[in-house]
Design a protein around this ligand. Structure first.
Ligand code: SF4
Length: 75
């Protein structure tokens, strides 16, 4: 099973909680300082959308749960 991750990047406040919690999935975009999905996990090279295998799902969810403005969804 794969999980799909979406970040509402326009509402990211660059707090760093997601990438501190799960650097295997999230990182800071060098250009706008907001969160993005690691490039090798992105869908259609979209920094706001990606998919992970089951092994990374708990990590992705922990990062989403850590977001203070609740803009990451993992489904
Ligand atoms: S935890 Fe949320 S607000 Fe903070 S950097 Fe990640 S996506 Fe942005």
């Amino acid at each position: 099973m794969m999980a799909t991750i979406t970040i509402e990047r326009e509402n990211c406040i660059s707090c760093g909680m997601c990438w501190d919690t799960c650097p295997e999935v999230y990182e800071q975009n060098a250009a706008d300082a907001k969160s993005q999905i690691l490039s090798h996990l992105q869908l259609a090279q979209n920094p706001a959308e990606g998919s992970v295998v089951e092994d990374l799902e708990d990590c992705a969810r922990a990062g989403a749960d850590a977001c203070p403005v609740s803009i990451i969804s993992v489904v």
